[in-house]
Design a protein around this ligand. Structure first.
Ligand code: B3K
Ligand code: ZN
Length: 869
C-alpha cells in the first residue's frame, strides 16, 4: 500500500478559494521532453489569507516572479507550491517544465500519435503548471503556442485566433484569446499536422461561426457525419432550448489516444477519434448514432457546463446529468424517441443499478471523494439525467424551460451548485421540490412494489405503492423519495380509462412521496390492466405480480411503444428467472406458447417501426439479469439466455427468416428508416445463426455486405453462436483492417466476448497483434474490457484464470494509465455477487493490488472500498 494513505475530500468541507485569478497569459514552447510553460496570472486575495497554495503535480519549477520581481518566499510541496506573504493584488509569473512524451496517463499535456493535446478535466491542469486547479476560479485566457513549423502546422487553443507569426526559420507561433471566463479544466491546447474539414454555421441572431474538424491525415472522408451532427446540434439547441453559440469558431480535434469519449473544452473540443470518424466501410449504425450523441453532448456543454460551470466537483451532475438529459432529448427529437428511451433505460437497469448496488455506490452528488476521476460514473451521468428527466416530468416542458431560463439568468458566467439548479426549477414553476432534493443525496435503487385491488361494488381500483431502498455501503439509512409514477389503466378492449380520483380527473403522473401510499381510481367499470412506470418515469425497480396474459395484453394494447417493450421485457424476465431455477434443478429450459405467440405478434406487426421490433426481440443482457440476484449463478444464467434465444429462434424460424429476407437494402444510407431495417434484419440473423442450417446465411451476408453494420452483424452472429466459419471471418477482417486500430477495435471486442473455451488464450494472443497496444485506451477497452464485462462464462471461469489475467493487466496499467485501470477494475469490485469460491479468487487479486507500494489513488479508492465492504 502507499506509504501515507490518500486522503478523501468531503462535500461539506467546501470553502471559497483564498484568491481569485481573473486572467491568465500562457506561453507554451513545445518540445517533446522539455516543454517550457510560462503562466502570468492576475491574482486577487479573496479571504484574509496572504498565503496562496497552488496545485501542481509532476512538473519542474523554473522560476517564480511576483509583480516582476523574483520571489523566493515559497515552499515546494508534494502536491503543489505554497507562496507566502503576498500582497493583496499581484501579477504572478510562473515558469516550469513538463515532458509530454513520457505522459502515458493521458492527463495534462501529452502526445497522441505525434500530436500534442491536453486533457484537463477534472484535475489535469495542475500537470501543466502550478495553478488554482478548482472549477470555481474563473479566468480569461490568452494562450501563445510555439512549435516546429513542419511537424506542427496547426497550433490551437480556446477562443479566437488573434495573432500568428514566425519565431525563426524553424518555429512558428499562434496566439489565442478566449473572452469567456472559464475554469482551468476547460483549457485546451492542440498542436499537430491534420487534415481539416471546414464548414460554417450562422446562428439565429446572425453570428457566423467557422466550424473546423481536425483529423489525422488521410481521414477526411470520415469526418462528414461529425460535421452534420455538429450543425444539427447547434440548430437543435436554438430551437428547443433557445441557446446560441457564443464564439466565432468551433473546433473539434479527433485523437487516437484518449481516456474517455470527448472533452468540451471551450471552443476546442478534443474527441476520441471513435466519436468522430465514420464512413460506411468503417463504422456501424451504432457508431454513427454514438457520434451524433457525443458531438451533441459536448456542444450542449457550451451552456450547461461552460457558461454555467460547477462550483466544486461534488456538483459534477449539475453539468453532466443535465447535459446527458439534453443529448438524450436531441437524439430522441432527431431519431426514434422510443428506441432512444429503451436504450437509455437498459443502461440504468443494467450497469447503473449494478453500480448502485456495488461498493462504489454513491448519490448523484457524492459526499466523499478520493480521486475525482472515479466519479465520472453512470450514477452521476445517467442517473443524474434521470433526475433531471423526473423534474421535466413533474414540471412539463413549458415550466422546465422557464426553469432553464431562470437558471441562466441567475448563474451565467459563474460556478453554480445542484441546489442552485433545483431552486431555479422550483422558483420558475412554483412546484415544491423539497422532498425531491433527496434524489441528490440518497444513493441506491428504490424498489416500488405495487398491489392492486379492484372493488366491483364501488367500481374503484386501488393501487397501493410501497417504496424501499436497500442500505448501500456508503449509506445505511434511506428515506422516502418523491417518485413521479406514471400510470395508465386499460379496459379489457384495450381502451385507456380516464383517471379519476376524489371526484375529479387526474393526470397520469402520480406524486408518490410516502413510504406507502394508496391511489384510488373511481368509476372503473371492470377490473383494468395497469401500465405502470410508463416511460420509466423514475429510476426504480418495479414489482407487480403481472400475469402472463396481462403482459401479453399490454404488448398489444399499450398506447406507447415504450410500455409495449417494457411489458415484453417483464414477460421475458419471468421466464428467464423460472428457467434459471429449472437449470439449477437440472430441468430443461422451456417457454410457453403464450410467450412465443406474443413475440410472434410483434414481429408480424407491420405497423411497428422495425427498429422498435428489434428492441422488443432483444433479450436482457447477462449483466442486467445478474442485477436481479444477490448471488448470481453465472453458468445457469448463461445457459438460460442461450437456451431462451434458441427456443425463440426455432419457434419463430419462419417469421425470422421471412423478415430477414424482406428487409434487404441495395444501397447504404444513414437515416432512421434505413438504420431501423438493418437493425431488425441483423437481429433476425442473430437468432437464425443459433441454428446450424443458417450458417451459410451468415457467411453470405459477410461476403456481400457493403457496409460495416452488416459485416459486423455477420461476425457477431458467428462469434456468439460459435459457428465453424467464425475463424475464417475473423481472419478475413483482420487481413483487411490490421492497419487501422479503430476498425480493429470491433475485432478485438469480438475476441474478448468470444464464448468458446479458449477465449482467454486467444485474448492473450491478441495482445501481440500488430494493431494492439496496452498504451491505447480504446484497444484496452475493446479487447480486455469486453473480456471482463461481456464474457461472463470465461471471465468467471471457476479456475480463476480470468481474474488472474485481470489482475496482471491492472497491475501494469496502474503505473502507465491509472484512469483506464480504474475503469477496468469495476467487475472485480462486485465479487460479492458470486459464489464463495469465485469471491475468494477475486479477493486474492484485489489484495495483491492493495499491497502494491505505488498503487494509484484511482485504484486505491476502489480496492479499499471493495475490501472494506
Ligand atoms: N467532461 C468530460 C469528461 C471528463 C472526464 C474526466 N476524467 C466529457 C463529458 O462528459 O462530456
Ligand atoms: Zn459531459
Amino acid at each position: 500500500m502507499t506509504e501515507s494513505a490518500p486522503k478523501a475530500k468531503y462535500r461539506s468541507d467546501y470553502q471559497s478559494p483564498s484568491h481569485f485569478i481573473s486572467d491568465v497569459n500562457l506561453t507554451f514552447d513545445l518540445h517533446e521532453r522539455d516543454t517550457h510553460v510560462t503562466a502570468i496570472s492576475t491574482v486577487k486575495q479573496n479571504t484574509d489569507s496572504t498565503t496562496l497554495l497552488l496545485d501542481g503535480e509532476g512538473i519542474e519549477l523554473v522560476a517564480v516572479h511576483i509583480d516582476g520581481q523574483v520571489w523566493s518566499d515559497y515552499k515546494q510541496l508534494k502536491s503543489g507550491l505554497e507562496l507566502s506573504n503576498l500582497p493583496a493584488e499581484f501579477e504572478l509569473k510562473i515558469e516550469n517544465k513538463i515532458s509530454p512524451i513520457t505522459n502515458s496517463a493521458l492527463e495534462g499535456l501529452y502526445l497522441s500519435d505525434g500530436a500534442y493535446c491536453t486533457q484537463c478535466e477534472a484535475e489535469g491542469f495542475r500537470r501543466i503548471t502550478y495553478f488554482l486547479d478548482r472549477p470555481d476560479v474563473l479566468a480569461t485566457y490568452t494562450t501563445k503556442v510555439i512549435a516546429d513549423k513542419v511537424a506542427f502546422p496547426h497550433l490551437l487553443s480556446n477562443g479566437n485566433k488573434v495573432e500568428e507569426g514566425e519565431v525563426d526559420t524553424q518555429r512558428h507561433y499562434v496566439i489565442w484569446q478566449d473572452p469567456h471566463p472559464k475554469p482551468c479544466y476547460l483549457f485546451a491546447l492542440v498542436a499537430g499536422d491534420f487534415d481539416v474539414l471546414r464548414d460554417q454555421y450562422t446562428t439565429r441572431s446572425g453570428r457566423k461561426v467557422a466550424l473546423e474538424i481536425f483529423v489525422d491525415k488521410g481521414n477526411l472522408d470520415r469526418a462528414n457525419h461529425a460535421m452534420v451532427s455538429l450543425i444539427n446540434s447547434m440548430k437543435w439547441d436554438e430551437e428547443r432550448f433557445g441557446l446560441e453559440y457564443d464564439l466565432d469558431i468551433y473546433m473539434i480535434v479527433a485523437v487516437d489516444f484518449f481516456n474517455m469519449g470527448a472533452m468540451e473544452n471551450k471552443g476546442l473540443n478534443v474527441f476520441n477519434s471513435k466519436f468522430v470518424l465514420a464512413n460506411e466501410k468503417t463504422a456501424t449504425d451504432t457508431d454513427y448514432l454514438g457520434i451524433e450523441a457525443v458531438i451533441g453532448h459536448e456542444y450542449f456543454h457550451n451552456w450547461t457546463g461552460n457558461r454555467v460551470t460547477c462550483r466544486d466537483w461534488f456538483q459534477l451532475s449539475l453539468k453532466e446529468g443535465l447535459t446527458v438529459f439534453r443529448d438524450q432529448e436531441f437524439s430522441s427529437d432527431l431519431g426514434s424517441r422510443a428506441v432512444n428511451r429503451i436504450n437509455n433505460v437498459r443502461i440504468i437497469r443494467g450497469p447503473q443499478f449494478a453500480e448502485d448496488a456495488s461498493p462504489m455506490s454513491h448519490p448523484i452528488r457524492p459526499e466523499k471523494v478520493i480521486e475525482m476521476n472515479n466519479f465520472y460514473t453512470l450514477t452521476v451521468y445517467e442517473k443524474g439525467s434521470e433526475v433531471i428527466r423526473m423534474m421535466h416530468t413533474l414540471l412539463g416542458e413549458g415550466k422546465f424551460q422557464a426553469g432553464m431560463k431562470l437558471y441562466f439568468d441567475r448563474h451565467d458566467g459563474t460556478a453554480a451548485t445542484c441546489e442552485d439548479f433545483v431552486c431555479a426549477m422550483e422558483d420558475a414553476s412554483g412546484i415544491d421540490l423539497t422532498q425531491f432534493r433527496r434524489w441528490y443525496s440518497q444513493s441506491g435503487t428504490p424498489t416500488v412494489s405495487v398491489k392492486a385491488n379492484y372493488d366491483e361494488n364501488t367500481k374503484t381500483y386501488a393501487l397501493t405503492l410501497t417504496q424501499r431502498t436497500k442500505p448501500t455501503q456508503d449509506q445505511q439509512e434511506k428515506q422516502a423519495l418523491h417518485i413521479p409514477f406514471d400510470v395508465e389503466l386499460y379496459d379489457s378492449e384495450g381502451n385507456v380509462l380516464e383517471l379519476q380520483c376524489n371526484g375529479g380527473a387526474v393526470g397520469n403522473v402520480l406524486s408518490f412521496t410516502q413510504q406507502e401510499q394508496t391511489f384510488v381510481f373511481e368509476n372503473v367499470d371492470t377490473e383494468p390492466t395497469p401500465s405502470m412506470l410508463r416511460e420509466f418515469s423514475a429510476p426504480v425497480k418495479l414489482e407487480f405480480d403481472y400475469s402472463d396474459e396481462q403482459l401479453a395484453f399490454l404488448m398489444i394494447h399499450a398506447r406507447n411503444e415504450f410500455a409495449k417493450w417494457d411489458a415484453g421485457q417483464m414477460l421475458l424476465a419471468k421466464y428467464v428467472k423460472s428457467n434459471v431455477e429449472a437449470v439449477l434443478n437440472q430441468q430443461a429450459i422451456t417457454l410457453p406458447e403464450l410467450v412465443i405467440d406474443a413475440f410472434r405478434g410483434v414481429i408480424l406487426n407491420d405497423q411497428l417501426d422495425p427498429a422498435f421490433i428489434a428492441e422488443v426481440l432483444s433479450l436482457p443482457s447477462f449483466n442486467e439479469v445478474a442485477g436481479w440476484y444477490d448471488i448470481v449463478s453465472v453458468d445457469a444464467v448463461c445457459d438460460v439466455l442461450k437456451g431462451v434465444k434458441h427456443i425463440i429462434a426455432t419457434e419463430l424460424k419462419d417469421e425470422l427468416s421471412a423478415t430477414y429476407h424482406s428487409l434487404g437494402q441495395q444501397d447504404y444510407s444513414v437515416n432512421h428508416s434505413a438504420i431501423a431495417k438493418r437493425a431488425l434484419r441483423n437481429l433476425c440473423l442473430q437468432y437464425l445463426a443459433t441454428m446450424e442450417e443458417y450458417a451459410s446465411l451468415v457467411s453470405n451476408q459477410f461476403d456481400v455486405a457493403n457496409n460495416m453494420t452488416d459485416t459486423i452483424a455477420a461476425m457477431v452472429a458467428a462469434n456468439s453462436s460459435s459457428l465453424p466459419i467464425r475463424q475464417n471471418l475473423m481472419d478475413r477482417y483482420s487481413d483487411d483492417w490490421s492497419h487501422d486500430g479503430l476498425v480493429m477495435d470491433k475485432w478485438f471486442a469480438l475476441q474478448g466476448s468470444n464464448p468458446s473455451d479458449n477465449a482467454l488464450e486467444n485474448v492473450k494472443a491478441c495482445m501481440s497483434h500488430t494493431a494492439f497496444s496496452l498504451s491505447n485506451p480504446n484497444r484496452v477497452r475493446s479487447l480486455i474490457g469486453s473480456f471482463l464485462n461481456m464474457n461472463p462464462r470465461r471471465f468467471h471461469d471457476k479456475s480463476g484464470s480470468g481474474y488472474q489475467f485481470a489482475g496482471e493487466i491492472l497491475r501494469s496499467l496502474n503505473e502507465s494509465n491509472p484512469q483506464v485501470a480504474s475503469r477496468l477494475i469495476d467487475p472485480l469490485l462486485k465479487f460479492k455477487k458470486y459464489d464463495a469460491k469465485r469471491q475468494a479468487l477475486i479477493i486474492v487479486e484485489l489484495e495483491k493490488l492493495k499491497a502494491m507500494d505505488n498503487l494509484a489513488n484511482d485504484l486505491y479508492e476502489k480496492v479499499t472500498k471493495a475490501l472494506d465492504a
